[in-house]
Design a protein around this ligand. Structure first.
Ligand code: DAH
Length: 437
């Protein structure tokens, strides 16, 4: 089983495509070899319905733009803010990281003792200017495509990362800040990918005087100083969460930092990437009117950290309303999640031609994922391409996908799955212009 962290502005993997490297990290701690990781429990299953909230946030927008691609399953969750729910594991991780930067980091390493401003309630609807342009993300970058990002119209998106707020706060003159929020990406379906997840963005700026006082006079000295402060700070943060773990730094690539790094930790016998970071690109510093100041930034996925720290095996669990999940967590406490169920998955295949004779296919797997998610909701566990071939005579491409249905909270009946699969087959034809085989 493979998984990746929800940071995509690196080019490594679909979720990290702002980096130039291509790498997928195995995270087998999330699964055993057959993909099951729950122990049996005899307690009564309760509802698996997802948290819903009103989509007032979208009310003020005209959703009739041809570019608008936000389904109800997504819009209904805007405003849920799992990271603000007091006993939720995501809230615990968020507060632990905030308190690290504002106590430990400041007291031990930093005599200026300024605090990090924390923001966690910014509207996730942002302009493409903030989400992409201000961060030097190229116009033709894959992250801007409709198959990857939820658009309201040409200029407005559901933020794809919390970095979207970076330049706004820099312009306001804030020197240190931590921004937490829900972010949205059209993506693959498996135990570690979900179209909504949560990130934290951290930034710390240094004035010319601060750098000089610290003895960093030349550009190069200043760069090294900022880089060292970043790495020391993040290593301290990781130790405050994971204890005395082994860590290693790698070089990465993000358009908004130069140089850029990734940090990995050795946990349960494997190397796991936990965050991306770097020195804020000098073109951004100049564009926000901060001249020759220097600063660092990092971005991390809260689900990723929570899954490791609390041993939560499936990202859908963060959205469950099942009491057997929620009663295990208390604000501020890191505990090992006790699985309460192990219900069998149900596998169904679907095969189709993605193009007609001689015409180039417009099919994108993320569109398929969305159709399935719209119909099956959180009952879909994974969608995998298991076979692909091109017909030698007609040139048509055939794809076969395996859909794994499994509830986190109860057993599914055959009838229920058959009905879902039937509906998926119908909608795939209606919405994706493919021919079932
Ligand atoms: N925004 C990046 C992503 O979602 C994560 C990130 C990487 C943020 C490096 C940063 C940074 O501030 O310096 O993929």
């Amino acid at each position: 089983m493979f998984t990746s962290i929800p940071i995509r502005y690196s080019k490594k993997i679909s979720k990290q495509y702002y980096s130039k490297k291509l790498k997928i990290l195995p995270l087998s701690c999330f699964h055993n070899s057959n993909g099951c990781c729950y122990s049996f429990s005899s307690s009564t299953p309760s509802s698996t319905t997802s948290t819903t909230s009103s989509n007032i946030a979208l009310n003020k927008y005209d959703l009739s733009s041809p570019k608008c691609n936000i389904p109800e399953s997504i819009s209904s969750r805007i405003g849920t803010n799992l990271h603000l729910q007091p006993n939720h594991p995501l809230h615990t991780i968020k507060t632990k990281i905030e308190s690290y930067w504002n106590t430990h980091h400041n007291n031990n390493n930093d005599d200026t003792n300024k605090t990090f401003v924390t923001r966690d309630d910014y509207d996730p609807i942002v302009s493409t200017q903030y989400n992409f342009d201000s961060l030097l993300i190229p116009k033709d970058h894959v992250s801007r495509s409709k198959s990857d990002t939820y658009y309201i119209n040409d200029e407005t998106v559901l933020r794809t990362h919390t970095s979207a707020h970076q330049t706004m706060l820099l312009k306001e003159g804030i020197d240190r800040f931590l921004i937490t929020g829900d972010v949205y990406r059209r993506d693959e379906i498996d135990s570690s990918h979900y179209p909504i997840f949560h990130q934290m963005e951290g930034v710390k700026m240094f004035s010319e005087e601060e750098l000089n006082e610290a003895g960093a006079m030349t550009q190069l000295d200043q760069l090294h100083y900022v880089e060292k402060d970043l790495k020391d700070g993040l290593e301290g943060m990781v130790r405050s969460l994971f204890g005395d773990v082994e860590m290693r730094w790698g070089i990465d690539y993000f358009p908004f930092t130069e140089p850029s790094f990734e940090l990995e930790i050795y946990f349960n016998n494997e190397w796991l990437e936990v965050l991306g970071c770097g020195v804020v690109h000098q073109d951004i510093v100049k564009a926000v009117g901060r001249g020759d100041q220097k600063g660092w930034a990092f971005g991390l996925g809260l689900e990723r950290l929570a899954m490791i720290l609390f041993s939560i095996p499936d990202i859908r669990l963060f959205w469950t309303q099942d009491e057997r999940f929620h009663r295990q967590f208390q604000s501020g406490e890191i505990v090992t999640f006790e699985p309460y169920s192990k219900y069998p998955p149900c596998l169904k295949d679907i095969s189709f031609w993605t193009n007609v004779d001689g015409v180039k296919s417009t099919f994108h797997v993320n569109d398929l994922n969305e159709v399935i998610r719209d119909i099956a909701g959180d009952l879909v566990e994974q969608v995998q391409l298991i076979d692909e071939f091109v017909h030698p005579k007609t040139g048509r491409t055939s794809n076969c996908f395996r859909i794994s249905y499994r509830s986190m909270d109860r057993s599914l009946t055959n009838e229920e799955i058959d009905n879902l699969q039937e509906e998926v087959r119908r909608e795939v034809v209606n919405r994706l212009r493919v021919d079932l085989r």
